[in-house]
Design a binder for this molecule. Sequence first.
Ligand SMILES: Nc1ncnc2c1ncn2[C@@H]1O[C@H](COP(=O)(O)OP(=O)(O)OP(=O)(O)O)[C@@H](O)[C@H]1O
Ligand SMILES: [Mg+2]
Length: 509
Amino acid sequence: MIKDRLSAMANPQEAELEILVRARYPLIYLVSWEEGRAERMLTALAAKQDKRMFIWTSTIGFGEPGKSPDESTRDPQAALDFVARSQESALFVIKDFHPFLQNHGVVRRVRDIIDGLKSSYKTIILLSPVLAIPVELEKEVTVIDYDLPGPGELCSLVTEVAAASQSGRFQVDLKSDDVEKIVQASMGLTLSEAENALAKAIVLDSKLGPGDIDVILNEKKQIIRKSRMLEFYEANEEFGQIGGLGLLKEWLQKRGVAFSSKARQFGLPQPRGILLLGVQGCGKSLTCKAIASLWRLPLLRLDMGSVFGGIVGQSEENMRRAIRTAESVAPCVLWLDEIEKGLSGTESSNVSDAGTTSRVFSTFLTWLQEKTKPVFVAATANSVSLLPPELLRKGRLDEIFFVDLPSAAERRDIFAIHLAKRGRRSAAFDLPELARLSAGFSGAEVEQCLVEGLYDAFHQEKELDTGHIRRALAAAVPLSRTMKEEIDGLRSWASSRARPASAGDSAPQ
Ligand SMILES: Nc1ncnc2c1ncn2[C@@H]1O[C@H](COP(=O)(O)OP(=O)(O)OP(=O)(O)O)[C@@H](O)[C@H]1O
Ligand SMILES: [Mg+2]
């Protein structure tokens, strides 16, 4: 039975939490956006261990479910006194305490009562959507990330919703295969988001059936988009639209099959990811987008800038949430564009940064090292100076590719690709001459000159010819001329540490 099979995959954090409470860990930080779901889990845990459960919020103080709260404990210090005084064997669930942990007095009070808790049957559980632990408490707190609902919980939800719909006026047409697909499509959503998505899918056509998978996937795209850090990128770029970069393309083509179970059986490891390092406008971002189309996998773009935002502790939580969401849609390509940008932004404000950048990055690097889910990381960068050396070390990513300025042959291809894109026959142009005249130009600059030529031709009410593009090339100053030193530096760094993205004989001239 599918339900039994999926339910067997219980949430590992529930088991871990149970052990911690049994082992009398005094202070546990449970990170979750799903207050209701976490509370239900904790209620079950308390019942199982024959404990009482008190819940605190700053608005009503401590109370037990179903009983009136003790409003005198609304103050954070008073709440901690309440825990210290209590003689009960109990869980003290404290919601959204993170803002109060910025107050030294409160932190001190937590430290004062912790020792007493170790020899009692009392456990404090801080339940909050963000992880923010003051240094003074770092050694005392055990953190548990409460994962989003797994297949078991989602399957129960789908079955419940199906049963409720059937008894209503809706038609339900689900085979066990379809249930599994709907469960798969809902992965990455919170329980209430999944419930809303299902409700929407049913209401749209008054039935629940295999056709609803797309509705749920679409809802998921919307929800991921709302998170602002991650974006479902609709990649229309094809591999054929990349000129040159032959070695990189070959490497990627070979790995396209590596996500199948057949490849696993053959003993192939899952590809982890690549870093494309190189000169501006030479096709790094373009290639990342094309990987997803080539492999037919969803493409998630992680915006490094928005990871580093908001209050202290938020950045790490953002990174972890982004990783968990990406894993829930696996297999997928996770695209980190201009990875050094996020880093440079915080370095300049190193007073307020307080090590956030390195903590966020180490969260990411640890995940890279240990990840088991098929999330392929495609990162791009223009410079190495800001990148943490650990990222560049072997073993984290499969390969670092250096994307240099295109060679003459590659520029010819790039001209041909962009001419074709604009409905022109490349045979009508003198491509060897254009390639020669565009020495030192990036792919993006080649494209810009072509567009410039098109404007001229249109203005003159003539058809585009080689002459228009030739004139645009002559007027343009490529970045490689103004940034010669930076590019040379990057090239010499890459010559011994990175793999070239195109064949060696294609020197940029
Ligand atoms: N090798 C190429 N083949 C075809 N088009 C290219 C190539 N390189 C660049 N282009 C064109 O230039 C545009 C910009 O390139 P892209 O965004 O991929 O550069 P990038 O290497 O990511 O640069 P940056 O470091 O500035 O982000 C592409 O969308 C494409 O139209
Ligand atoms: Mg780019």
